[in-house]
Design a protein around this ligand. Structure first.
Ligand code: SF4
Length: 443
């Protein structure tokens, strides 16, 4: 008899989990045959459809947004039981709720630890629960292996620090990456677009270096490269893909026209890399080892383009961007978010043994308006860069890498799944971090 009662309760719960309306789509749903068969197995007869729907509706309406029964005794598994218990505790007046969830802390020590940490994260002070934070010698000894003078970082990894030190830790130290899963390529995503554009420029480079490339050369190279990408990526809608390639062609023509007559800079290297394992499609002068800058900071990466001034012989490093130009142009390090130009300028000086006058971010498409953010490589600029690197290096050394996102940083962050959805709100309650604020204020 007890078994029969439990089975009947489970059948009711199954019905509850089949609301009539698909809430996300706002359209009617057909009751599941499996649910109906379960009810027949438990109650001995197939339920009448309208009555079955009414039972489902009643159940679903009572628990909208909280997938557990009102009465925890009707739970069909441990998750539902916990949710039902928590819901009951939340709806109990503050003073009387004490101890309602105690069993969660005692039942499973990992769950208990996790819940304590979650509570600690909402306190108005920084603690070990706020990111990669360790106050003890052991943590510092581990992090010493990831110091800027010990391990080579790329400029883009270092730039994560200003947006959020914890993002830097997850990306650069723990090397976490979003899992790649095949998705139908309906439209060209920004990464593919950027990669295709850079590959075409790299393949055009020998022609430009040796006297010039025509529009027909650019078209031919774009067609060959785009066909290769299409073969690899198998876009879901070929017509959309071809439209995107034509957009890119217009960008390429605009870019090429600006490389022609009147341009005093001639390209001498493309994809000049250092410290990277993958050496395919790189400049022959690339170095296998990372470059050491300033007081021994190790850097790895690849410079898109190195140019020489036709008259003065000065060098310039260019990084091509395919997105929009930012509203605020960086003067030196751009609040720690634009370390790349100066880092690459110093790396280029070290690799080629010649001073670099300028480093620039070139927004080389119609979307970017073919605008250039030029950063002169001066003594003050190098000092600003050294200071920015000191702040990052000190934070690693002191094991102070909290989740402290800049406004809006979480919105497109790959690690939202790790941190949860309310990090900006949570960390606004914490005391300021003066060194991080100083880095973000640097021009
Ligand atoms: S989600 Fe937000 S808090 Fe978490 S790593 Fe990203 S930026 Fe930092």
């Amino acid at each position: 008899m007890r078994l029969r009662i439990a089975a009947a309760a489970a059948a009711d719960r199954l019905i509850v989990s089949y609301p009539r309306m698909d809430v996300a789509q706002g359209r009617p749903r057909v009751p599941s045959f499996y649910a109906m068969e379960t009810v027949r197995a438990v109650e001995g007869a197939l339920p009448e459809l309208r009555q079955f729907e009414r039972r489902a509706e009643r159940g679903a309406m009572t628990r909208l947004g909280w997938p557990a029964p009102k009465d925890k005794a009707l739970s069909i598994d441990a998750f539902e039981f916990d949710l039902a218990s928590i819901h009951a505790a939340l709806s109990t007046p503050r003073g009387e709720a004490r101890g309602h969830g105690r069993y969660l802390m005692e039942l499973n020590r990992h769950a208990g630890r996790s819940l304590r940490q979650r509570r600690q994260r909402w306190e108005r002070r920084w603690s070990v629960s706020d990111g990669l934070m360790g106050q003890d010698e052991e943590s510092r000894a581990i992090l010493a292996r990831f110091g800027l003078q010990v391990r080579a970082y790329s400029p883009s990894t270092l730039q994560h620090f200003a947006a959020c030190p914890y993002r830097f830790a997850l990306h650069g130290i723990q090397q976490l990456r979003p899992r790649e899963s095949p998705v139908p390529l309906d439209e060209m995503d920004p990464l593919t677009r950027g990669a295709l554009f850079h590959t075409v420029l790299f393949r055009l480079f020998p022609l430009l270096r040796d006297g010039g490339a025509s529009i027909a050369d650019a078209d031919r190279i774009l067609d060959e490269t785009a066909a290769q990408y299409e073969d690899d990526l198998a876009p879901a809608i070929p017509r959309v893909w071809r439209g995107e390639v034509e957009d890119l062609r217009a960008d390429l023509h605009g870019w090429l026209r600006r490389q022609g007559a009147g341009n005093a800079w001639e390209p001498i290297h493309a994809e000049l890399a250092f410290g990277l394992r993958d050496r395919s499609e790189r400049d022959p002068s690339s170095a296998a080892e990372p470059v050491a800058l300033l007081d021994g900071v190790l850097l790895k990466g690849s410079m898109d383009w190195v140019e020489r001034h036709k008259h003065s012989g000065d060098l310039r490093v260019t990084d091509h961007k395919t997105g929009r130009a930012p509203g605020k142009v960086p003067l030196r390090v751009g609040g720690g978010a634009a370390l790349q130009p100066l880092l690459y300028a110093l790396a280029c000086q070290s690799l080629l043994g010649q001073p670099v006058k300028f480093s620039r971010l070139y927004y080389a498409t119609q979307r970017g308006g073919f605008t250039s953010a030029d950063i002169p490589v001066t003594e003050e600029a190098s000092e600003a860069l050294a200071e920015a690197l000191r702040i990052i290096g000190d934070s690693i050394r002191r094991s102070l890498l909290p989740a402290a996102p800049q406004t809006g940083a979480c919105q497109y962050c790959d690690y939202r799944m790790v941190c949860g959805p309310r990090e900006e709100e949570r960390t606004r309650r914490k005391p300021p971090l003066p060194e991080l604020d100083r880095l973000r204020a640097m021009l």
